[in-house]
Design a protein around this ligand. Sequence first.
Ligand code: H79
Length: 427
Amino acid sequence: MRPSPQEYNAVSAPDWFTAARFGMFVHFGLYSGAARHEWVQTNEKLTDADYRQYFDNFDPDLFDAAEIARTAKQAGMSYVVLTTKHHEGFALWNTALSDFNSAAACGRDLVRELVDALRAAGLKVGLYHSLIDWHHPDFTVDWVHPRRDDENAASLNEGRDMARYREFLLGQVRELLTDYGQVDYLFFDYTYPEAKQGWAGKSAADWDAEGLLALCRELQPGMIVNDRLGIPGDFVTPEQYQPTEPLVADGVPVLWEACQTTNGSWGYDRDNDNHKSADLLIRMLADSVSMGGNMLLNVGPNGRGALDKRDTALLAEIGEWMRLHERAVVGAGHAAHRPPREGVYTQRGNKLYLHVFTWPMGFLHLPELAGKVSYARLLHDGSWVKTSVSDPDQQALVTQPAGQAAGTLTLSLPTRRPDVAMPVIEL
Ligand code: H79
């Protein structure tokens, strides 16, 4: 029987994941050298021969696992999730099950390097593993496959056998969960059951989702697994959108994590300058926590394995904000109070944090909080914020602030917005 979300959360919601709130996604593979989106093989319908040049010239001489760990830590992140294999099928570890791997291409086991560096830095270890595999000869052609050819559809799947692919998939996951010590988190990607334009999708049965999940439970009992196998997992993973309320299933809150890019592409995309601002990313993080979720922010190292300057500049700004506002994020979560229109609340213990998205003119009115707040301050500099409660019966007599419903607490703020990426008021 399918466990309820409550049962899932009960068995598998480790404190570290909900406390962490902020992690780093690392997309690295042959597509990083192609430098034009991790889906380039399908987007441009590249042949295996076209794609082979990225394998033959794979040279991640600047991939520095310790630097990645340090960068994540300085940004205030407490876990990192690495693509062990993306849809292209290239493995970043020394797999015995295929030659299409980084050890064969450049003599390095990049999974080992990063996992070791994360542990040394005290960060939690997350792995991403693609269910899709465009390189494997048994993986059937479907509507997102680069070999899809509407003219010659009939012959394309001759000789391809998903049963053999399932064995390969299970075997590679077994290697990852056996040879790399404790793995805290696994992100499978992804199930797309709909058939489109006459082409099949793939669903739980294509991956033997039950078998894969059972293998995860057996080899790494403390590990959390995401929801993209086509059967329920331990947490759900909204991709490139922000939920606007806490996520629930059957009326019960579920763990969730929004995965987000800096510029719309996961893999290094040289000519894409469509980066979000640090202010927006910080707001998205606060928004996630306010709705009871995490945010996993992606970086796409370039063809040499170095972090992109555009990403590290953003992470440095986010890190500076996190240094001063960490307690409003890490260990914090959804607050039951109705926020004012200017921002969102997070709550940690008995403290409420008001993340102010739009700085008001002079006053902020907080519904229902009159009499419930003993002290208020701006978090970045610890400066006291004056609070007052206006009497709705006396409105004609008071000049400021007027017109507030009973129970409203009013904050008197400096006219000038504090010089931080996003001001937070601790209540
Ligand atoms: O690894 C990242 C993405 O590559 C992967 N999941 C994250 C974590 C992902 N794969 N598919 N999707 C996300 C959604 C599919 C989007 C598609 Fe498209 C729309 C596939 C084809 C059209 C995006 C736009 C990719 C190519 C064009």
